[in-house]
Design a protein around this ligand. Structure first.
Ligand SMILES: [Zn+2]
Length: 308
């Protein structure tokens, strides 16, 4: 069969190195994103540990979602993986081996912008195999109090996110994002993580987030954003939440299509959502041209509502 007209799996053209400090430990760290073959997926490798253990970016290896997402296999862990994973999925990169020299990825500026910019600049290489795509076979919604996230079948990825934050500077923000690598880089990748000044101070006292808060996050004071440069998008907070969802969806092990609607959801609920989807809610679809037919062939089903 000719593969000239079907979307192909992609990897990075060349190794790309990022260096900086971890946000929680504050230690200097380097990460190398390397090309990987067909069906390899995204896999981290702790090259500083004996035996160089590998940690696949899949939901069964998520060991913590407190403050950031940490993956682990046995004793080996790698933390703050979500923004790099978001950039890889955002750019359509299916396969990469990611060498890390410590337990945490660099936070850089708190967004996925530097990852995205550098990876796109270096270019991607097409592999001679069709891209795998996951699609939901039924609507699924997962709730935890007033937080929820839901998906319904669609032949593209759309994320409609509403942030409701009881704070005068943040308030309610809604962003509807239609995915493409170009839209990802332009509309999401530069959105930074954020925290309230009071929380940052508390984390600092606990020895966390010592990477220099204003350089790697939007810090929100009582009545204004404390970063002298201000915001990068008027609704940067909600955009970052969508960036995070894309990183969390990477734990499925490949790109997903569907219309996702979410309100107030964060890493833990997103992980539960991914687990629920993998538990019989998704079907792998290949070639991509079949997506519409596969969706249309599903019986109409009521939304399945699950509690976190
Ligand atoms: Zn984030």
């Amino acid at each position: 069969m000719s593969l000239s007209h079907v979307p192909l799996q992609e990897t990075v053209e060349d190794a790309v190195c990022f260096s900086g400090r971890g946000v929680h430990g504050g230690a200097p760290c380097r990460v190398f994103v390397r090309p990987a073959p067909v069906d390899h997926g995204i896999v981290f490798r702790r090259i500083d540990l004996p035996g160089e253990p590998r940690i696949p970016a899949r939901v069964e290896h998520v060991v913590s979602t407190t403050l950031a997402t940490t993956l682990g296999v046995g004793e080996a862990t790698v933390g703050t993986v979500e923004h790099l994973l978001s950039a890889l999925l955002g750019l359509g990169i299916d396969n990469a081996l990611i060498d890390v020299e410590g337990p945490e990825l660099p936070i850089l500026d708190g967004s996925a912008g530097p990852f995205t910019h550098e990876l796109r600049g270096r270019g991607t290489a097409m592999l001679q195999a069709e891209k795998h795509v996951w699609i939901p076979i039924k609507p699924v919604r997962i709730e935890d109090g007033n937080r929820w996230i839901e998906i319904e079948p669609a032949d593209e990825l759309i994320i409609d996110y509403t942030l409701q934050y009881d704070h005068p500077v943040i308030g309610t923000q809604r962003v509807v994002y239609r995915h493409s690598p170009v839209n990802y880089e332009r509309e999401l990748s530069h959105a930074r993580t954020f925290g309230l000044a009071a929380e940052v101070e508390m984390m600092r006292q606990q020895g966390l987030a010592i990477g220099g808060a204003l350089d790697c996050a939007v810090v929100v004071g009582d009545d204004r954003v404390l970063n002298p440069e201000g915001l990068r998008y008027p609704d940067e907070f909600a955009r970052h939440k969508i960036l995070d969802i894309i990183g969390d969806l990477a734990m499925i092990g490949g790109p997903i299509l569907g219309r996702i609607t979410a309100s107030r959801s964060g890493h833990s609920l997103n992980q539960r959502f991914v687990e629920a989807l993998l538990d019989g809610g998704l079907v792998e679809c290949s070639p991509l041209s079949e997506v519409r037919n596969v969706i249309d062939a599903q019986p109409t089903q009521r939304v399945e509502v699950l509690s976190a």
